[in-house]
Design a protein around this ligand. Structure first.
Ligand code: AMP
Length: 273
């Protein structure tokens, strides 16, 4: 199997001869799993070249312990990318992306007021900034993002539209374990007991989505999550899918979204309504 080329500098990436090929970019923070695999497969099916970026972006972490615990294994990720037929891995050092003097950030307003934006100060500013930089560096025709991070997807789509970026943002449905738990790099931090409790998040969202109105949806989900004392709910909201703002009535496409803590691990998930 052909190993993808690992490129570590912006200059080296820009010097690659892409010819007239279409390029698909899959931005990741490494520790790749089947959720990332679905993004790479979709990119592979739609582009001549697939670039996977692996960069643990320090600017999007609101907690130093979370950043410190975010371990990546480049040889394992390279094998994973080879299995999914990616062509190039862009894996820059933090100093390559944020050299001394870096002072420019992207803020996407309103969409970031609730859900993760409310509980992780600066998170989406870091995400939007690094994604804009990656889009400028790689210059892809298409970039791929998971619905698992629905607010992130909304933020990136808004930024792309607002800043007239010449890229198509493609969304990919959430990949789950057989018991419903959404795949996440953070799942590996769960203790066996926490792992047993974790599928309650998806079960709660599914049961909620069958209810008629947002109040009943929140109540149903809260009741299911409250059955397990290990689970601490950070937020549980029904939001307008376009604005990511909490709603009391469903008149437009909506999403139910939640973040929970199991011990020191934070998990998020969401479903379309
Ligand atoms: P991350 O490495 O966690 O920053 O995620 C990189 C990309 O993979 C983001 O666009 C995520 O939304 C996406 N992703 C992460 N987990 C999943 C999943 N379980 N299913 C689909 N996409 C995912």
């Amino acid at each position: 199997m052909q190993q993808p080329q690992i490129v570590e500098t912006i200059a080296a990436l820009r010097s690659l001869d892409q010819g007239n090929r279409t390029i698909g970019l899959v931005p990741t923070m490494g520790a790749l799993h089947a959720g990332h695999g679905a993004l790479i497969d979709k990119a592979r099916s739609e582009n001549d070249r697939v670039v996977v970026s692996i960069f643990v972006n320090p600017k999007q972490f609101d907690r130093p312990d979370d950043y410190a615990a975010y371990a990546i294994d480049l040889p394992a990720d390279r094998d994973f990318c080879a299995q999914h037929h990616a062509d190039i891995i862009f894996a820059p050092a933090a100093s390559e992306i944020y050299p001394p003097g870096h002072a420019t950030y992207v803020e996407v307003l309103h969409l970031t007021d609730h859900l993760c934006g409310k509980f992780r100060p600066g998170h989406f500013r870091g995400v939007a900034t690094v994604v804009l930089k990656l889009l400028n560096i790689v210059a892809p025709h298409r970039a791929y993002f998971g619905e698992k991070d629905a607010q992130q997807l909304a933020v990136i789509s808004r930024m792309t539209q607002d800043l007239n970026l010449p890229v198509e943002i493609v969304s990919v449905p959430t990949v789950r374990e057989p018991d419903g738990l959404a795949l996440s790099s953070r799942n590996r931090r769960l203790t066996p007991q926490e792992r047993k409790a974790a599928p309650a998040l998806y079960q709660a969202l599914q049961a909620a989505a069958k209810q008629a109105d947002p109040a009943a949806m929140r109540k149903t989900a809260q009741e299911i999550l409250a059955q397990n004392p290990q689970i601490r709910v950070e937020y549980l909201e029904v939001v307008d899918a376009a604005t990511m703002t909490p709603i009391d009535e469903i008149t437009h496409p909506a999403r139910i979204a939640a973040a929970i803590w199991l011990g020191n691990t934070r998990l998020i998930d969401n479903l379309a309504i």
